[in-house]
Ligand binder design. Structure first.
Ligand SMILES: O=P(O)(O)O[C@@H]1[C@@H](OP(=O)(O)O)[C@H](OP(=O)(O)O)[C@H](O)[C@H](OP(=O)(O)O)[C@H]1OP(=O)(O)O
Ligand SMILES: Nc1ncnc2c1ncn2[C@@H]1O[C@H](COP(=O)(O)OP(=O)(O)OP(=O)(O)O)[C@@H](O)[C@H]1O
Length: 405
């Protein structure tokens, strides 16, 4: 990319989350990811650069190590002309969902991350010209905490996602409770996985988006978005799944296409042999959590029918879901166990702010940092080092809860 010759007209709004906003190049397969901040939060250019660089380093030294070369794209920090960023910001403003406008794109530093556009990434070279389909899933946490620090009985029975659904509907973030439960997706049991994916398709919220040739064709921006339409999705996907089949339109065709989509996604999630160290991770000793979430409609229905709750068939080692779950499970303590450790680090830094650097709080996230994260000790020796390792692992877990494209 030639940062000297940037034209805002070549870029378009692509999407955003709570922390960043992404624009895509109209022709080339790249995106720019900008940080966003509340209007009154001023950061220096140097701070923004360091923040972005630490995201790249974390991807390279930690996530890539675990998930493998093929699954992590770290990108690079680029410096852009300020005039370009300002014009771009004005150009895309009207496309941003209102619920995201409490934060502004950083237009002052000129720094952004340049990444491959995963919504248009061509991983296979088809002989014929076929559309590029990209499914983005934010799977959330796939296990129920088994930490003895957890004091609320309910947290041992119902997963975080299902509990949060009630909060999110009550606060108006989403209109209705989703039937999706991450434990079903991570179960490795095809029937449960199909149910989870179908539920995601019914109530995508912020957890599922589908792109065709880089264009969003399915997904929900916020609670005000119109109800997702399966027949429209099926219309888009029919040539992809049934290129030469004369399946007519209508509900029968829609159901066939959705079924096929769910099957394909399941196959992808259970596949993958790329080398990464996640397969070798041992979350540590102690009992694992329950295999089902009591709030999952799939499991509740089975129970009502008097059937035994299905056992988790188990995920094939090395598959995409297995790797992300292993990383998530590095957090052994849950927030209840972690908060006192976080406070220990915080108090220490208040007293010795200069130690921030030595402790690598803001990076560099290099091999040394990565090695520290591997420390599996569960015995708290009262040190700041112990507390810091556990807190860092929580951030690692949260990254893995959001992963997926
Ligand atoms: O807490 P949750 O499960 O609602 O997850 C938050 C996400 O909500 P969602 O999954 O979309 O419903 C939330 O996503 P959205 O703002 O809804 O896009 C953020 O990812 C948030 O992370 P952070 O505060 O930006 O670091 C996420 O917070 P953390 O879980 O990372 O603290
Ligand atoms: N490399 C990429 N290629 C294509 N699309 C991308 C890429 N990176 C991000 N996106 C899109 O931009 C959206 C917002 O990005 P992202 O989820 O990284 O934002 P965030 O603010 O960091 O997330 P969160 O809401 O979890 O805090 C994603 O949902 C995805 O659709």
């Amino acid at each position: 990319m030639d940062e000297g010759k940037m034209d805002e007209n070549e870029w378009g709004y692509h999407g955003e989350g709570n922390k960043s906003l992404v624009v895509a190049h109209a022709q080339r397969c790249v995106v720019l990811r900008f940080l966003k901040f509340p209007p009154n939060r001023k950061k220096t250019s140097e701070e923004i650069f360091q923040h972005l660089q630490s995201i790249v380093d974390f991807g390279k030294s930690v996530m890539k190590e675990f998930l493998g070369e093929n699954y992590v794209h770290c990108g690079e920090v680029v410096q852009l002309p300020l005039d370009f960023v300002k014009q771009l910001c004005l150009k895309i403003q009207s496309e941003r969902p209102e619920s995201r406008c409490d934060k502004d794109l950083d237009t002052l530093s000129g720094y952004a991350l340049c990444l491959p556009n995963l919504a248009r990434l061509q991983t296979y070279h088809f002989a014929e010209h076929r559309p590029i389909l990209c499914v983005e899933i934010k799977p959330k946490c796939g296990f129920i905490p088994f930490s003895s620090d957890v004091t609320h009985e309910m947290k041992h029975k119902v997963c975080r996602y299902c509990m949060h659904q009630h909060l999110k509907v009550a606060t108006g973030k989403w209109k209705q409770i989703s039937k999706y439960c991450p434990l079903d997706l991570y179960s490795g049991n095809k029937q449960r996985m199909h149910f989870a994916l179908k539920s995601l398709l019914q109530e995508a919220q912020n957890n599922l988006k589908i792109f065709k040739n880089g264009e969003l064709i399915y997904g929900c921006k916020d609670a005000r978005s119109p109800v997702a339409d399966w027949s429209e999705l099926a219309h888009h996907l029919k040539p992809f799944f049934f290129p030469s089949n004369g399946l007519a339109g209508g509900p029968h065709c829609t159901r066939a296409v959705i079924r096929e989509l769910v099957r394909v996604i399941t196959r992808v999630l259970l596949s993958g042999s790329d080398k990464g160290r996640a397969g070798a991770l041992r979350p540590g000793p102690g009992p694992r959590g329950p295999r089902v979430c009591e709030a999952s409609p799939f499991c509740r229905t089975l129970r009502r029918q008097g059937k035994n709750t299905p056992e988790r068939s188990g995920l094939p080692k090395g598959c995409l879901l297995y790797k992300t779950l292993q990383v998530q499970m590095l957090d052994l303590l849950d927030i209840e166990g972690l908060y006192p450790l976080y406070r220990r680090v915080e108090r220490y830094l208040e007293e010795f702010p200069e130690e921030r650097k030595t402790l690598q709080i803001d990076g560099p996230y290099d091999e040394a940092f990565y090695q520290k994260l591997l420390d599996l000790s569960t015995e708290d020796d009262g040190t700041v080092a112990f507390a810091l390792t556990k807190v860092s692992r929580l951030f690692w877990k949260h990254t893995a809860c959001s992963l997926g494209s």
